[in-house]
Design a protein around this ligand. Structure first.
Ligand code: SF4
Length: 267
């Protein structure tokens, strides 16, 4: 990925490069176009790619009864911190799926282990891979702004991703990769036991909510994961790409619903 360019800018640039070399053939053009569309789908768009299953079914929720039964609900903040630290060590040496081969650093998650709110994105990008921290690029800056608009800070929420290692070329994780990594996110949710989860973008919503409905239809309404209220909203990268007043209002409306649910008020 070219330094200083966002993922979406790079995707556009890649397509332009391919278009400038028609001898590369139709297959490459189709592949490039599909890559751009898949990125849109992952972040927030509702584009349907003809001839593909845009939001494949993924069965990930085996063992969910443990959370539904509240198996971890009485943990102290100190216990949560220790359990997450142990889990992070497991992730650091994980090679369960092929994504470990391309990672510089695994991106486990960060924030308050005892937070009332968890934000869940799709997976690490280049900046996140370099720093080992979630949401630290341009999208991360917008997410930080969203969190601060709620009267909170990054240290007061918990931020994680569906997959902990960066997919090559910033592609969306495959269903198999998401399934392989699911156990880690599941444990994070069990340990933090947030009162609400904000799920960012199509790819994350697809995995958490096991749905093929696009984020535009999912957002703005409450969903459930093991009894935990889940509010889907647009991925910050999508908002940056489609930077309209309407989209920003939609995201803010979703976040306000979360604030209302948790009784949060801005100081
Ligand atoms: S993405 Fe998840 S399952 Fe795959 S290697 Fe990384 S930590 Fe392991």
């Amino acid at each position: 990925m070219k330094a200083g360019m966002s993922k979406s800018e790079n995707q556009d640039r890649n397509v332009q490069c391919r278009l400038s070399h028609p001898a590369d053939g139709l297959d490459k053009l189709i592949t490039a176009a599909r890559q751009v569309i898949e990125t849109e789908l992952a972040l927030g768009g509702d584009v349907i790619v003809a001839g593909t299953n845009p939001l494949p079914e993924v069965t990930l929720k085996a063992g969910s009864a443990e959370v539904a039964a509240g198996g971890q609900e009485n943990l102290t903040p100190q216990q949560k911190t220790e359990l997450l630290a142990e889990l992070e060590k497991e992730v650091a040496s994980c090679n369960t799926c092929g994504l470990w081969k391309g990672r510089t650093n695994p991106v486990f998650g960060m924030g308050d282990p005892d937070s009332r709110i968890m934000f869940v994105g799709e997976g690490p990008g280049a900046e996140e891979d370099a720093q080992g921290l979630p949401f630290v690029g341009r999208s991360g800056q917008l997410l930080t702004g969203m969190i601060e608009a709620m009267g909170l800070t990054r240290n007061k929420v918990y931020i994680a991703n569906v997959v902990k290692c960066r997919p090559p070329g910033n592609r969306i994780p495959t269903p198999e990769e998401a399934a392989a990594c699911w156990g880690y996110l599941k444990r994070q949710i069990e340990i933090v036991r947030p009162e609400a989860i904000v799920v960012l973008g199509n790819a994350a919503a697809r995995n958490l909510l096991e749905t093929r409905v696009g984020i535009s239809k999912l957002r703005g309404q409450w969903h459930q994961l093991w009894g935990i209220p889940v509010m889907p909203t647009f991925h910050p990268a999508y908002v940056l790409r489609q930077y309209s007043v309407e989209n920003r209002k939609r995201v803010w409306s979703d976040l306000q619903a979360v604030m209302e649910k948790l009784g949060l008020k801005k100081d």
